[in-house]
Design a protein around this ligand. Structure first.
Ligand code: ZN
Length: 286
């Protein structure tokens, strides 16, 4: 089934029909081929009475979406499609909760899973793995010290982890800077138009605005929403928000749903060795 044929009425049917939604997501996970084993890649599988699969090679038993973002959060396939549609349209967690008829924590976990899947598909995903894979208490530390630099080049805006500078370098430089709670925005230098990062201490020599960030304010409505609600934001949440905003800026409304669908149908990355730090990037062609 092609997504293009799904909008809007056929998709509405899928969000109310678990069997159809399951089949749709299966086809999206394994386009034009049969499922394979997430552990060994074996292609010969047995279907068990409870509809799980068992690998003939390694005997691993798994459900349809094991090892994929779809398996995180306990949502039913029809709920996943409804959530993705709402998320693609910019719905808040509360709006997602109301649309799905689930408790707030379930909606929040689903939205967070989408954000993690977005980060897992970003250009700097390898550098964000500790954030993407953080669970439980490790979330308290994940994302601390990450410096995000903004570069603009047709057709993309990039807000990505900087590796050749750190937060201390940026704070030591004479750059215009704004602090909102634990979030700091600064002017740019070198190839960057600006920097942003989570910082747990009050910084000195702040100013009211930084022109570059003022220009981007419309894209950062989440920051204003968060401030209005006076909610605490952790470094981990902030890093995921940054990647969400990068995604929203670079994907027009009409293609967000299909892209998000591919992201959550994809496999969760496995931890890798640290990526070696590279040289400073060259400016993007404008
Ligand atoms: Zn196997």
């Amino acid at each position: 089934m092609n997504f293009d044929t799904l909008n809007p009425q056929p998709l509405a049917n899928l969000t109310d029909n678990d069997a159809a939604a399951t089949q749709f997501l299966r086809e999206r996970c394994w386009p034009q081929r049969a499922p394979d084993c997430p552990r060994c890649g074996g292609a010969k599988l047995y279907r068990l009475a409870d509809r799980r699969h068992r690998c003939a090679q390694c005997r691993y038993t798994f459900s349809d979406f094991a090892g994929r973002w779809l398996s995180v959060g306990g949502l039913r396939p029809s709920e996943w499609l409804a959530l993705l549609r709402a998320f693609a349209n910019g719905a808040t967690v509360q709006a997602v909760q109301e649309r799905l008829g689930v408790v707030y924590s379930t909606a929040h976990k689903g939205v967070t899973t989408v954000r993690r899947a977005i980060a897992a598909h970003a250009a700097d995903a390898a550098l964000l793995l500790p954030v993407i894979l953080a669970e439980g208490k490790s979330r308290d530390q994940a994302g601390r010290g990450l410096l995000f630099g903004v570069r603009v080049g047709a057709p993309h805006l990039r807000i990505a982890v900087v590796t050749h500078l750190n937060v201390a370098d940026v704070l030591a430089a004479d750059l215009g800077r704004v602090q909102r709670g634990p979030i700091v925005y600064t002017e740019g230098m070198d190839a960057y138009l600006g920097f942003c990062f989570w910082h747990h201490q009050a910084i000195s020599r702040t100013c009211q605005t930084v022109a570059m960030w003022e220009d981007l304010r419309a894209m950062w409505t989440f920051t204003n929403t968060w401030r209005q609600r006076r909610r605490r934001i952790s470094a981990w949440q902030y890093a995921l928000h940054v990647k969400e905003m990068e995604f929203r800026v670079n994907h027009a409304d009409r293609d967000r749903f299909g892209t998000l669908l591919d992201y959550v149908c994809d496999r969760i990355p496995s931890p890798n060795p640290p990526v070696p730090l590279g040289p400073a990037p060259k400016p993007l062609a404008l």
